[in-house]
Ligand binder design. Structure first.
Ligand SMILES: Nc1nc2c(c(=O)[nH]1)N[C@H]1C(S)=C(S)[C@@H](COP(=O)(O)O)O[C@H]1N2
Ligand SMILES: [Mo]
Length: 299
């Protein structure tokens, strides 16, 4: 792989696979004591058995490479991920075109086992490696008037069959409110299971917002813009009544065309029972971000 974490970080600095498993055991072990950390709600610890890398990289949504679940694994080999630069612009102190390694240089790579819930009512548990988005934003310097962060995916028309077929209005765009972006759960993932992200998973860097439906977690990011206006988002442009800007996981608010009360965990087999979907996908600690907002609306 040509991809490098940064000049001073090597694969050796990343927690080995076995530590992920230990951490899961620690999580399960601490719940009874009430020693609940950042990713440690009781409900979460019970269902944190991670999916295999094979499952995570063979069932995907990445419409730039086709709309079928196995299309990205089949077609994303054509994505060119090196060199990679990210334009940082808008209301920031240090705008510019950053090489990926430069942007991440000096920042801490974290291991986070997160549940991932697609709006289509399937889910996985993914052991990510990544950098807190807040660390990146603090590095580039967010100006005081900024209220939102907008993200853009790369467009390589010659390499992306879904772009050639115009299955969506590309580039894929997403956004967060600034306080959501600065929340310590919000990750810019660069790896899974200590491997660099597979192309179909959004190489070389993608957003992960574990309490929101999966479409918010935009892949293969080439632009980050700080703005004072709510940015347009790809699925909201397709159907505003079905896909809101916030799109927090909420089992009590159904999609207009299907229930969101339960979900199917990928890899469970044809006859596995569905599991209950949790408010904020189990990340109840984010509730304070939405105080005073009416969460009964799908927005
Ligand atoms: N650029 C881009 N990002 C994207 C998508 C996409 O089609 N294009 N699909 C989204 C959706 S709907 C989901 S569920 C997740 C899927 O991530 P995964 O394939 O790694 O599980 O990516 C999200 N990010
Ligand atoms: Mo999704």
């Amino acid at each position: 792989m040509a991809y490098r974490w940064s000049n001073d970080l090597t694969r050796a600095d990343i927690t080995p696979k076995s530590a992920f498993l230990n951490r899961r055991q620690i999580l399960v072990g601490t719940v009874g004591l009430g020693a609940i950390g950042l990713v440690g709600s009781a409900a979460q610890a019970q269902t944190l058995e991670p999916n295999t890398l094979e499952e995570i990289t063979s069932y995907n949504n990445f419409y730039e490479f086709g709309t079928g679940k196995t299309d990205p694994a089949q077609n994303a080999g054509a994505l060119v991920t090196s060199p990679w630069s990210i334009k940082v612009d808008g209301m920031v102190d240090n705008p510019g075109d950053y090489g990926l390694a430069d942007l991440l240089d000096g920042l801490t790579v974290e291991d986070r086992i997160y549940r991932f819930r697609c709006v289509e009512a399937w889910s996985m548990v993914v052991p990510w490696n990544g950098i807190e988005l807040a660390d990146i934003l603090n590095k580039v310097g967010v100006q005081s008037g900024a209220k939102y962060v907008a993200f853009e995916t790369v467009v390589q028309p010659e390499n992306m069959v879904g772009v050639q077929r115009r299955v969506l209005d590309f580039p894929y765009v997403e956004g967060l409110r600034l306080d959501e972006a600065m929340h310590p759960l919000t990750l810019m993932a660069t790896g899974i299971y200590d491997e660099p992200l597979a192309n179909q998973s959004g190489a070389p860097i993608r957003l992960v917002v574990p309490w929101k439906y999966g479409f918010k977690s935009i892949k293969s990011i080439v632009r980050i813009t700080l703005t004072d206006e709510e940015p347009p988002t790809s699925w909201n442009k397709v159907s505003a009544r079905e896909y809101g800007f916030y799109s927090n996981v909420n089992p009590q608010v159904d999609h207009p065309r299907w229930s969101q009360a339960t979900e199917r965990k990928i890899g469970g087999g044809l006859f596995a029972s569905r599991q209950d979907t949790l408010m904020f996908n189990g990340y109840a600690e984010v509730a304070g971000l939405y105080e005073g907002m009416d969460l009964s609306e799908f927005f």
